[in-house]
Design a protein around this ligand. Structure first.
Ligand code: FES
Length: 557
């Protein structure tokens, strides 16, 4: 090592390698019906003269749910978040995403589908220079890991101080007591996306205080949704990295590459190699780089918990049974995705991470009781059964992992101070609201400047923290730019209940103090939805993707 030279230099790009063991599927044509056929892994359309028109995967392009038939096979719907695929157009009706047709051949009256498997490989000039090194990884909190490559320390997604998502998420377990010191002494920080459990303002302000020029690596999203908030905070050494390029850290034997989530969202993961040791963390990404990833790696970490959104428990148009069913399906879908990462990357070790929070404020008791998450013990047991060679690491019990010729995981015995009720109450007590006139004018002005148009009407009801509406509410018609009507909340609710038109309508009850914070500081609306500060009703029941994307990634500071 040559000290603290951590300037990043472009060192090349991954090579894509086709694996020899492609997946193959066979379907007997005579057993298929004319029209749409839902099969285990695929949807196949046969014409009236029994020719195969097209084949698509049944995997939802949002976050790997399984598409189910609905409305006489005119649509396929995903039970996880309600994305709807129009089977005439092969595009989703709630979002500008098209389903990819798969190639197939017909052989012996069978539809044969080859799905090639591809993985990423470092260029030969990098591979040939790599030495044997030991990589040390520490779990500090939630999605915050510390990678130590000899004297170079790299920290990911630091959420260390206080709650996030506007007092909706609280650490569980708490960060290790030295986490802030580790951050302040780090050589490089990676932030995967702009959600506050990854880009946490309170934590970053502490860092800014002492290290405004610390190198912060972020994904180079088109919207600059990760870059703008960091620049606005005042950091001066922000390094947006193009996806899939490999960068070398100074003269050290360390390479990193940022990979994009496989869906339309602004999310990412990071690959890191130190000498011959390779690590990949997918963070919250759905199908990172479409599962085209490095293989035979040493360490893999993915999110595992599910329950990291307000859906379905903050959605009022589902019955309790429907919410339970959606939650159950989501658990299965997240597990399926973990197994797909494991099968793709063939890691020596696996750590479930980025799911260590709880809805600890008493006002969110209903969410806490119902928003059950996958347990890391259950995930570990299932991996142990199906992939006994993969060492599963429970980061809560063993937070220090050394990756050398063997992999050891031990407890660093550093305290994790428990967050008490008084601390929670003091955060809630500090929430602020202006008088009604200031609040109403600010909301009107906010939508006036939003530059968003859509076939959508928003019925917005600011509420007390228990979702009792305040006096004044808003109807925002996005068909024309910024047409906001102010009226009594009961009238807003009445109009929503009785509106029969076919265009999309979204009714959001929202905690007024949380909304005020978002409006005032131009924060992401996902802070409201993911932080459990909304109760949502929508007609029809589809995800209004453009709305959430605009107000979470585009119209923010
Ligand atoms: S995974 Fe299908 S809608 Fe989210």
């Amino acid at each position: 090592m040559d000290g603290k030279d951590i300037k990043l230099r472009l060192a090349g790009s991954f090579t894509s390698i086709n694996d020899s063991n492609n997946s193959q599927y066979f379907y007997d044509i005579d057993s298929l019906n004319s029209g749409i056929n839902f099969l285990d892994e695929h949807i196949i359309k046969l014409s009236d003269d029994r020719q195969v028109d097209w084949v698509v995967s049944r995997i939802c392009d949002h976050a790997s749910g399984t598409l189910e038939p609905c409305k006489n096979n005119r649509y396929a719907e995903c039970p996880l978040h309600g994305w709807k695929l129009d089977l005439d157009k092969l595009s989703y009706s709630n979002v500008n995403v098209t389903k990819k047709k798969l190639s197939f051949e017909i052989s012996n009256r069978q539809v044969v589908i080859h799905q090639p498997k591809t993985h990423l490989k470092l260029p030969e000039n990098i591979l040939s220079g790599q030495q044997e090194q030991d990589l040390i990884i520490r779990f500090l909190s939630h999605a915050c890991l510390l990678f130590t490559c000899d004297s170079i320390n790299i920290i990911t997604d630091p959420w260390i101080l206080g709650p996030c998502f506007l007092n909706g998420w609280w650490h569980d377990p708490a960060p290790s007591s030295d986490a802030l010191d580790q951050l302040l002494n780090a050589d490089l920080v990676y932030i995967s996306h702009n959600h506050p459990d990854h880009m946490h303002e309170g934590t970053l302000l502490k860092l800014l205080d002492q290290r405004p020029d610390i190198p912060i690596v972020i994904p180079d999203f088109k919207t600059r949704s990760a870059e703008r908030p960091l620049r606005n905070l005042g950091f001066t050494n922000i390094i947006p990295l193009a996806f899939n390029q490999i960068h070398k850290l100074g003269n050290n034997d360390i390479y990193i590459s940022v990979l994009k989530s496989g869906d339309f969202r602004d999310d990412s993961g990071i690959y890191l190699s130190y000498g011959k040791k390779q690590a990949l963390i997918s963070v919250d990404s759905s199908s990172l780089n479409h599962y085209v990833l490095p293989t035979d790696i040493d360490f893999l970490a993915t999110s595992f918990a599910a329950g990291a959104s307000g859906h379905p428990w903050c959605f009022d148009h589902y019955s309790e049974d429907e919410k339970l069913k959606i939650t159950h399906n989501r658990h299965l879908s997240v597990k399926k995705s973990i197994f797909q990462y494991i099968e793709t990357c063939n890691p020596r070790s696996y750590m479930p991470y980025a799911g260590y929070f709880s809805e600890a404020a008493s006002r969110d008791e209903y969410i806490k009781k119902n928003n059950i998450k996958n347990l890391q013990q259950t995930i570990a047991e299932e991996i142990h059964t199906s992939h006994p060679d993969v060492k599963t690491i429970n980061p809560v019990d063993t937070d220090r992992i050394t990756i050398s010729s063997t992999i050891t995981a031990i407890s660093s015995d550093i305290l994790r101070p428990v967050i008490g009720k008084n601390e929670i109450d003091s955060y809630l007590d500090s929430e602020q609201m202006p008088n009604e006139e200031v609040f109403t004018n600010a909301i009107q002005q906010y939508f006036l400047n939003c530059q968003f148009q859509d076939n959508l009407t928003l019925y917005l009801l600011p509420c007390e923290s228990d979702f009792t509406p305040l006096e004044k509410g808003f109807i925002v018609d996005f068909h024309k730019l910024a047409n906001t009507s102010i009226m009594q909340c009961e009238d807003v609710q009445f109009k929503y209940n009785n509106e029969q038109s076919s265009h999309r309508q979204l009714c959001i009850k929202v905690r007024a103090a949380s909304l005020w914070h978002v409006i005032q500081h131009h924060k992401s609306w996902e802070e409201l939805s993911i932080g459990f500060h909304c109760r949502i009703h929508r007609k029809p029941d589809i995800y209004n993707s453009d709305f959430w994307y605009h107000f979470s990634n585009v119209y923010i500071k």
